[in-house]
Write a new protein. Structure first.
Length: 286
């Protein structure tokens, strides 16, 4: 079994360390605030006195702290121990931050894999938890077995920025969904309808709309947004205007959907009112 070191014992780092213990790995832990290691030490983990000791102890070094500034700082503190180590950084950040840290790790002789976790801490160790990983393919293959104990793995290739990019893109999809949920429940809430009651209508509606995604994806890929007699953008823009006006009339805020309406108006003004809604991507895409 690979000896694993976990650096960062917040909610997620603790769940990772705990799961490695469950799977029978020798686990060394380090956290800036040492007391957070106590429950893991009670279960058999070794407390490293300094972060460099944790790095030196692990065949696989997993980092999971708040942000890349913290990840960079703790790994700098362990600079002398990094040569030859496999470092898997599961901290949330941007592709540019991941690529910069990958270069710093390579300069110090570490084999660096970047990752994103699509799960909340209680899901770690279950098949529903998804880890997105990219970077040093040899390090990934060497530790695929240990990492797969945390959840499902998706390898995204040699660019260490890709795991972050996919992670943030998936989260963007999630926050779009949350924005719609909040707008909808605030609107019916203005008439004292409980969100939990409204879900009986909202959840199946969102599920039905999710069924349209393959068609929308095809339109985006083909850059062909013809509405084909379906739901044209000019009509949908009027619908969104009505949503926002109704919200105002009910004393509900409109900030979540205003950016969408403003893109719709621009696209209609540009002469694409007969297209379908995926055409909006032309106003924001690379
Ligand atoms: N928890 C979640 O639901 C999400 C799921 C998806 C992935 N995220 C990312 O995981 C990273 C860690 O998140 P977390 O949930 O463990 O966060 P906290 O419980 O707030 O713990 C933060 C840890 O970071 C340490 N830390 C912060 N700043 C520093 C620093 N300057 N130097 C060293 N360590 C630092 C902190 O240490 P301490 O406050 O206990 O001393 C915690 O160990 C994160 O990127 C999520 O986006 C989680």
């Amino acid at each position: 079994m690979t000896a694993v070191s976990v650096i960062g014992l917040g909610a997620m780092g603790s769940a990772l360390a705990s799961t490695f213990l469950d799977r029978g790995h020798a686990v060394t832990v380090w956290n800036r605030t040492p007391v957070k290691a106590d429950p893991l030490v009670a279960r058999g983990a070794v407390r490293a006195p300094a972060v460099a000791d944790a790095v030196a102890a692990g065949g696989l070094v997993v980092v999971c702290v708040l942000d890349y500034a913290a990840a960079g700082a703790v790994l700098d503190e362990a600079a002398g121990a990094l040569d030859g180590r496999a470092v898997v950084n599961l901290t949330n950040g941007t592709p540019a931050q991941a690529r910069a840290l990958a270069r710093r790790m390579a300069d110090r002789g570490a084999r660096y894999v970047d990752g994103g976790i699509m799960a909340v801490p209680p899901m770690i160790g279950s098949p529903e938890a998804l880890l997105l990983l990219s970077g040093d393919g040899d390090a990934f293959e060497a530790h695929r077995g240990a990492l797969s104990g945390l959840g499902g793995l998706t390898w995204l290739g040699a660019d260490s920025g890709h795991a972050c990019l996919y992670d943030l893109a998936l989260l963007a999809g999630m926050y779009g969904l949350f924005a719609g949920f909040l707008q909808a429940t605030a609107m019916v809430g203005s008439e004292r309808v409980a969100a939990s009651d409204f879900l009986a209508l909202l959840a199946p509606w969102i599920e039905a709309m999710a069924g349209l995604l393959p068609d929308l994806a095809r339109q985006v890929d083909d850059r062909d947004y013809a509405a084909d007699g379906g739901s044209n953008l000019a009509m949908q823009a009027v619908g969104v205007e009505n949503i926002l006006q109704a919200a105002r009339d009910q004393g509900v805020g409109t900030e979540l959907l205003e950016p969408m309406l403003s893109l719709m108006r621009r696209r209609v003004a540009d002469g694409f009112g007969g297209d379908d809604v995926p055409g909006l991507i032309e106003l924001i895409r690379f």
